[in-house]
Structures are given as C-alpha cells and as structure tokens.
Design a protein around this ligand. Structure first.
Ligand SMILES: O=C(O)CCC(=O)C(=O)O
Ligand SMILES: [Fe+2]
Length: 312
C-alpha cells in the first residue's frame, strides 16, 4: 500500500484575514489534517528568504562552537537544553532557547554561548521565533473557531512559552552506516513547528502504522501536534509518532519551535466532552508531565501521555 501524502496547506498571510472564505478553507484543511495525521505542512511567508538563510547560517555558527560551550545550555527542565552525545542517537545534537520570543530569553542564551556578544545571532533568533509564533497563533485560532472554544484557546495562548531548538544531524559514516537521526517518539510539547533546510529525513507514522517521508519544500513549516494537544483535545487531534532517518551525504539542520503551557492546568474544554466523546484524560500540569517523561516508567511507555493521565 502506498503511504498517503501529508497535506500541504497555503498559509500565505494575505489569504488569512480571519473568517474570510480563504481563511475558512485553510481552517477546514488544517483541522482535517490535525485530526487525521496530527501534522500538516504549512506554506508560510511570514519568514523572508533573507531571514531563512540568515537563521541557518546562525545555526551553523552555533553548532561550530566547542562542545564545552554548548554544554553550558544546561536547563533543569527536561528536553529544554542541550541534548547530544547520546549513544543511541550519535548523529543528533540540539540546543534550546527558553522563552525564545522574548528579548530576555534570547539575550540570556546568546550571552551564554558568546560571552563577548553576538548581536546578529540574537536578532535573527528573535525575529525567527516571533514569526513562527505568529503561525502558531494562527493555527490556534483555527482550532478555537472550529471547536467553538474561544475562551479556552485564548487562555492557552496567554500561557504558551516557546522553546526554539536548533537541531543538527550528522551524516552516518560510510563504514558504520546507521542512518538513525532521532528515535521514533511523540512530542512532549503542546505543538511544534519545524522548519528545515530542505534536506530529507523526517518521517511521520500514520495511525495505520505506515511511515510517510516528508518531502522538503521551500518556505514550508511542519506543524505537528504533541502529546499535550492530543490530551487537551480529548483525543480529537492526533499526536503522531515521528523519527528522522538520514539519507544521502548532506547534514540536516532543522529548527523546531516547541510550545509548552506554563502556569495553567491542562483541562479538556467541556465542549469537547459529550456522550460520544467521554472525558479521556484527567487534568494535568504540562511541566509535571515533562518530569514524568524522564522517569523509567515514562521512558518505557509506548504512549507516555496515556500512562500519565488517561482515564481507564
Ligand atoms: O529534526 C527533525 O526533523 C525532527 C526533530 C524532532 O522530532 C524533535 O526534536 O522532537
Ligand atoms: Fe519530535
């Protein structure tokens, strides 16, 4: 059976005046894709080509820093800081800027990596994270409208923190040949928006268990629902398993902006609970869930969000 294709959806800003007919069409396509696969590809023009080139140059500068400097990006919150040198994923390395849409967040990170300063890095990171946050907000407003849950979505938007992760995958060495970039997993975030430099590798697992290869396209941003969105939507939105398998001889650089919900209990909106959709998940705190994910039970579980808070 040939695997299905992921939806490529036009998010050009000129077509997205809220509630216009093009907005409604985009909203319907996006919701269909989120419920079916938990992911879609947004063609988004909120990041100029110039910024796109500049942020990947900045990413290369960052990864070229000595490992001991990159290790300074140690953050207590699980999956927020430096990850790399992992024996089961030797090709993978990543760093994260906490609160990346704030000047303070970006300045803190930049100073840590370049104590003598690196103004252009900071500027590019902030511009990029804000442009991606705009796309996140557009998608959230579509979810809000489609389910009729304005108040709950606005509250989530007000409690959304953005962690911008710089990710790099080396090419497998010819003699070793293990092409695994990142092990199959579901995301721990509410949502993630991923942008790459058009080097293949990302694969998404369908609900039926087939792996779809994501074709790299220019100006495309992969919007992917995480565990927390799945639970919050009472299981309506899917959180897909995904992985990276390296191919060819080009390194892969990607940027993933992960949303975490801070200071607000995750609670399924009443509108998403009815006779046909009984409440599937208990209320929970996103950050407590992150700590659960690094317990041995959380690491062993095939669907950690279900083991954490599903109502049996
Ligand atoms: O780099 C990619 O394409 C995927 C990264 C990813 O899935 C993650 O960091 O959670
Ligand atoms: Fe992921």
């Amino acid at each position: 059976m040939t695997p299905p294709k992921l939806s490529v959806i036009d998010f050009s800003l000129k077509n997205l005046t809220p509630n216009s007919s093009s907005w409604i069409t985009t909203c319907n396509e996006a919701m269909h894709a989120l419920e079916k696969h938990g992911v879609f590809i947004a063609k988004y023009d909120g990041v100029s080509q110039e910024l796109d080139d500049a942020i990947f140059l900045a990413s290369r500068d960052l990864f070229d820093l000595p490992t001991e400097v990159k290790l300074l990006n140690t953050i207590d919150t699980p999956y927020h800081g430096y990850t790399g040198q992992i024996p089961s994923m030797p090709l993978f390395e990543s760093l994260g800027i906490e609160n990346a849409t704030t000047t303070e967040g970006v300045e803190f990170f930049t100073k840590l990596m370049w104590p003598c300063g690196n103004e252009s890095f900071g500027k590019r990171a902030l511009m990029f994270s804000k442009a991606v946050e705009e796309l996140y907000q557009i998608v959230m407003r579509m979810i809000e409208k489609s389910y009729g849950i304005e108040e709950q979505c606005e509250r989530l938007l007000g409690s959304s923190a953005q962690n911008l992760r710089f990710i790099k995958y080396l090419c497998p060495k010819e003699d070793e040949g293990n092409p695994l970039g990142i092990l199959p997993h579901t995301d721990i975030s509410f949502m993630k928006i991923l942008h790459d430099q058009q080097v293949k590798g990302l694969q998404i697992k369908t609900k039926e268990g087939q792996w779809i290869e994501v074709d790299p396209l220019p100006s495309s941003f992969i919007v992917l629902a995480g565990d927390v969105c799945m639970a919050w939507s009472n299981g309506r939105i899917h959180a897909p398993y995904h992985r990276v398998i390296m191919q060819g001889n080009q390194e892969r650089y990607s940027l993933g902006q992960f949303t975490f919900i801070k200071g607000l209990n995750i609670q399924i909106p009443q509108k998403l609970i009815d006779e046909d959709h009984p409440q599937r998940f208990k209320d929970f705190d996103h950050y407590k869930y992150l700590y659960y994910r690094i317990t041995s039970e959380g690491m062993k579980s095939e669907f950690p969000i279900k083991s954490y808070c599903e109502i049996n």
